[in-house]
Design a protein around this ligand. Structure first.
Ligand SMILES: [Zn+2]
Ligand SMILES: [Zn+2]
Length: 576
């Protein structure tokens, strides 16, 4: 699918145009980029079937942008983009990876200090040339240096959510080969770790085809679209680099060893050490080829067989981090973790009332497509001016619209109120009390000292209307650390004031993270899994939140939106 490639270019064009202060065009490109990014249909198919006209029917696409899409499909490049890039020597894609650095700031830094890339930026910040600039200051300079450190630390890692679509595409293409008997992702991607380095894929060949077809599979693999470099091509292993920058390894294993190879290459390393020790304690040997008693292979075909042979119950890949799962599997006492189909409704969805992409009606249709029983609309509130946050009157107007739409499919009204630095909210209590539920989140002043930040969130929890804290620790993966908080204190307060913590599924948040989910569960604090969708297709991101919950060993009973709307509401404050 080339949607993502074009979307990435359009996002960059939007940034370049913003820098040139061509706001109108910038917004137009940004809009199309956003919808391309999550569009299910391949834009190339649309073009092949209906030509330019069909492209112009896409949301936000006019003649001009349609022609750019056509140009990319035909030539693999967009001249206007290359020209924009040429006109400004700034490496915007590089610089904008730093939290808080947008096109406007980049432009000022280039004009005043000649900063073109991260290297220049680091040098300038270290010699304190940025702080004296108008609109920057000491704090920004410090943030820039922290951002650069952050980038260095995570070099070579990718958001699971950003690479998953291309991984799934590779799997699908490979699966079409008739020689392949079994195929699976392995490694940290299979364990659904929030960021991954490279991707491992395992394949077993049908015995009837045997070795002759290995060559064919490898040839097919190294010529897949989107590959920019082939590191190596062998009979049982090949390695490639994808356009997005990550590497994929493909291994061919024997069908009788597929399960043990999958167990081995899924890891984690620590989990494998622990399972191997157990095998040894039982007089067995466990490796990537199978489980052996002396010379005799007693298991290996499936992972289930492998775990059973060494006396363990089957352990879900998301739990394989050697944090106690092996001991529990020995006693057959593993928690029954939440499944990918257990969520009944998404409570954190933004509509076009607050500048989201879609109407409430469209969001409802999307939720129905997900097989949900209900959806919660939780638009931003007034303090967030850039997000067109709603004020009290707008919330009450929205209530009327939601009541009208509330037919067979349940629509709940919430909001995502802002937790101000003192812990108060930006919407009057009398209005909050009228909503079905209230989410509160921190969206400003994130660098407060630990005790102040902790107290700020606890104060919000004390509000008699607050039911859920959104993205409770504020991290942005590969960009920004959690804010300084005492999480144990937050958990105690959540319990005391009957407040639910969110597991935000957005791939760059995944907040709460796995270890915090485990702590919350142990403390008896309830959670919900939400997407924070600003676009109707983003409802599908829920799988990443569920994966994180599984990594944190959460069970259905720990996650409130696995229940019906009525049960869910009865749990919240102001239950009516
Ligand atoms: Zn938020
Ligand atoms: Zn939100």
């Amino acid at each position: 699918m080339i949607n993502k490639e074009i979307s990435k270019i359009f996002f960059e064009m939007a940034d370049y145009l913003k820098m040139k202060e061509e706001t109108f065009r910038s917004v137009a490109y940004n809009k199309v980029a956003l919808s391309l990014e999550s569009m299910e249909q391949d834009v190339e198919d649309i073009y092949n079937k209906g030509g330019l006209k069909a492209l112009e029917d896409l949301p936000g696409v006019g003649k001009n942008i349609a022609q750019k899409i056509e140009e990319y499909i035909k030539t693999g490049k967009i001249k206007a983009y290359l020209n924009l890039k040429k006109q400004t020597p700034i490496k915007l894609d590089e610089i904008s990876r730093i939290e808080g650095m947008g096109p406007k700031k980049a432009k000022v830094l280039f004009e005043k200090l000649g900063i073109k890339n991260i290297k220049d930026l680091e040098k300038a910040a270290k010699s304190h040339k940025i702080a004296p600039l108008f609109g920057f200051g000491e704090k920004t300079e410090k943030n820039i240096l922290e951002g650069i450190e952050f980038l260095k630390k995570d070099k070579g890692r990718f958001l699971l959510g950003s690479i998953m679509p291309s991984v799934e595409e590779i799997l699908e293409k490979l699966s079409s080969l008739k020689e392949i008997k079994q195929i699976s992702i392995a490694g940290s991607t299979r364990r659904m770790k929030e960021t991954v380095g490279d991707v491992d894929i395992l394949v077993a060949v049908k015995p009837a085809f045997a070795e002759a077809s290995a060559g064919k599979i490898m040839n097919f693999f190294v010529s897949l679209p989107g590959i920019v470099k082939v590191w190596g091509k062998g009979k049982t292993k090949s390695s490639v680099r994808m356009k997005h920058g990550f590497d994929v390894d493909l291994r061919i294993v024997k069908p009788e060893s597929f399960g043990s190879a999958l167990q081995y290459f899924t890891g984690s390393k620590e989990h494998n050490i622990a399972t191997r020790k157990i095998a040894i304690s039982k007089g067995l040997k466990l490796n990537e080829y199978g489980v052996f008693k002396g010379q005799k292979m007693i298991a290996g075909r499936t992972e289930q067989d492998v775990y059973k042979a060494i006396g363990l119950s089957y352990i879900a890949p998301e739990m394989r981090e050697d944090t106690g799962e092996v001991e529990l599997a020995q006693k057959a006492k593993l928690p029954n973790i939440i499944g990918y189909d257990d969520i009944k409704g998404d409570l954190h969805c933004h509509s076009n009332w607050d500048g989201g992409e879609h109407s409430i009606k469209e969001m409802i249709a999307s939720a129905q497509k997900m097989g949900y029983e209900y959806i919660g609309i939780s638009d931003h509130t007034k303090f967030l001016k850039i997000e067109k946050g709603l004020n009290e009157k707008q919330l009450l107007d929205q209530r009327k619209e939601i009541e009208k739409l509330n037919n067979d499919f349940r629509v709940l009204q919430g909001c995502e109120a802002n937790i101000m630095p003192d812990g108060s909210l930006d919407i009057k209590d009398s209005v909050l009390a009228k909503l079905d539920f209230v989410i509160a989140g921190v969206h400003s002043a994130m660098k407060m000292p630990r005790d102040k930040m902790t107290q700020r969130i606890i104060n919000a929890m004390k509000n008699p209307n607050v039911d859920i804290i959104s993205h409770p620790t504020g991290r942005l993966l590969l960009k920004r650390d959690e804010y300084q908080i005492d999480f144990d204190k937050i958990l105690r307060a959540a319990k005391e004031y009957n407040v639910v913590l969110e597991i935000n599924s957005s791939p760059e948040r995944l907040d709460l993270k796995d270890t915090n989910i485990k702590k919350a569960k142990e403390a008896g604090v309830k959670m919900v899994i939400n997407t924070d969708a600003h676009h109707k297709n983003q409802l599908e991101l829920i799988k990443f939140g569920i994966a994180q919950a599984r990594r944190g060993w959460a069970e259905k009973k720990d996650i409130l939106n696995t229940d019906s709307a009525d049960k869910l509401l009865s749990y919240f404050k102001n239950a009516s």
